[in-house]
Design a protein around this ligand. Structure first.
Ligand code: SAM
Length: 247
């Protein structure tokens, strides 16, 4: 057993009350391999500024997994999932390890990150798919549009831009999880018209504190209720230049 494995095991144990799911030993071993792989990749690619074991556990593993704490979430066992703007593979890779029966696609516009994630997934024996493309393009591609049960998106853009990237990819009834940090009721009201415009409904909101550094995390759960307007997502760059909402 490596030091990273022991530290992850101890952190999951110490903070077990903060997650509804506890990883078995072999899953903790995979998380340690993920840490080592990201650590190596970071030496040539700018994947993450988070490098200490404890920070990685809290800001990448715990943070990716906490969104699934919402017990009312009804995700099919063999869900089709896409992580938009996955960067160094977050939250997509921790979810692929925790939910091996899901079919997870990692999407990012940066080819070198995607090449790295494809190699890392293979090393970790994960069946993830990888795509190097813009969310605006993929959202208009019939192979991907309205195909997913779950879309995850963290730290990619303002919430309304994330919404425009995510909602067209969802099947009717599917759910997008927008991972946010600090979030206020005013921001929720500002986002609601854009949610409706994209064919969605805000079905829940999870607010919590990270267990070590005590910073605020908010997950917005948006369910697709009707087909997204064919104009969404708009052309490359337009969602960021002219967002559907101020937040
Ligand atoms: N989701 C990861 C995380 O939370 O650690 C990475 C966040 S990183 C700050 C944002 C990533 O989104 C970058 O890797 C960038 O290439 C990607 N990205 C930004 N806009 C995008 C778009 N329109 N389509 C696909 N990827 C995009």
């Amino acid at each position: 057993m490596t030091d990273v494995f022991r530290e992850f095991q101890s952190l999951f144990d110490t903070h077990k009350a903060t997650l509804t799911w506890q990883p078995p030993t072999e899953v903790i071993a995979q998380f340690s391999e993920l840490y080592n792989g990201i650590f190596v990749g970071n030496q040539r690619l700018n994947l993450t500024r988070i490098t200490s074991v404890e920070d990685f556990w809290e800001k990448h593993l715990w943070d990716s997994l906490v969104a699934l704490n919402l017990t009312s979430l009804d995700i099919p066992t063999m869900a089709k999932v896409i992580d938009v703007g996955t960067g160094g593979g977050f939250p997509g890779l921790p979810l692929a390890i925790a939910y091996p029966e899901w079919h997870i696609t990692l999407l990012d516009s940066t080819q070198k990150k995607i090449t790295f994630l494809a190699e890392l997934s293979q090393d970790l024996n994960l069946k993830t798919q990888t795509i190097a493309a813009r969310a605006e393009t993929v959202g208009q591609d019939p192979i991907h549009r309205e195909q997913y049960d779950l879309v995850t998106i963290r730290a990619v853009a303002k919430a309304s831009v994330c919404l425009e990237y995510a909602l067209p990819l969802l099947k009717i009834g599917g759910v997008a999880i927008l991972y946010r940090g600090q979030w206020t009721p005013k921001e929720t009201s500002q986002l609601l018209p854009a949610i409706a415009q994209c064919g969605g409904e805000l079905i829940d909101l999870l607010t919590c504190e990270t267990p070590i550094t005590k910073s605020q995390r908010t997950c917005l759960y948006i369910q697709k209720k009707k087909p997204s307007d064919p104009h969404f997502p708009r052309a490359i760059g337009t969602p960021k230049q002219s967002p559907l909402a101020p937040v």
